[in-house]
Write a protein that binds this ligand. Structure first.
Ligand code: IMP
Length: 182
């Protein structure tokens, strides 16, 4: 059990399990993109750790870019997602793979995907490390998913709780505080 800020988290997925899942999804990409040079866009902040493990398993040569989008605010799940750091490279007629940490409601990816298509990309696929399938609220097609998980808040492997916990190499799930804990 670990404590981050005011919450306790217990180990759910070890580094070893994570690395196996990364290799599995990389193998799928290696098959589908063999001999190609797609643009891989790592979505900041959360996907930095997954992207760095993933690209080291690839046997094709991608161009690696980074982008950052604002999270939606308030109660709206269909609101506009604003681009904070955009891709500078010309992605006209390029095959794009969006590398994301987790698809929860799907709102972020659902809004981000058309932005790449509008820039003239030939194809845009989503590669997420995690997905909580029961939380999806939009008709989003996730092309590559390393691991499906239940609906619970997690941290580690790039994912944060109020900005903390991204550095853990394992993934932890929030637990309710026990009686004898503060
Ligand atoms: P969506 O737009 O609802 O699909 O949410 C996607 C974003 O929410 C992810 O990129 C994460 O930044 C964040 N997120 C969703 N679930 C979790 C979680 O369990 N832990 C940490 N961040 C999460």
């Amino acid at each position: 059990m670990i404590k981050i800020l005011d919450r306790y988290f217990e180990l759910s997925y070890s580094h070893e399990v994570i690395q196996e899942k990364v290799k599995e999804v990389a193998a799928r990409l290696n098959k589908d993109y063999e001999g190609m040079n797609p643009v891989m866009v790592c979505i900041l902040n959360g996907a930095f750790m997954f992207a760095s493990d993933l690209v080291r398993e690839l046997t094709f040569q991608p161009e690696i870019l980074f982008a950052k989008f604002s999270s939606y605010e308030g109660m709206s799940t269909t609101g506009h997602v604003r681009e904070l750091i955009g891709v500078n490279a010309n992605i006209q007629a390029r095959d794009v793979i969006i590398v994301e940490d987790i698809v929860d409601t799907g709102t972020t990816m659902y809004n981000v995907l058309p932005q790449f298509l509008n820039k003239g990309a030939k194809s845009v696929k989503i590669c997420t490390f995690l997905q909580k399938p029961e939380c999806l609220t939009v008709p989003l097609k996730v092309d590559y998913c390393a691991m499906e998980i239940p609906n619970a808040f997690i941290v580690g492997y790039g994912l944060d709780y109020n900005g903390m916990g991204r550095n853990y190499r394992d993934i932890y799930t929030v637990v309710e505080k026990a009686e004898n804990q503060e």
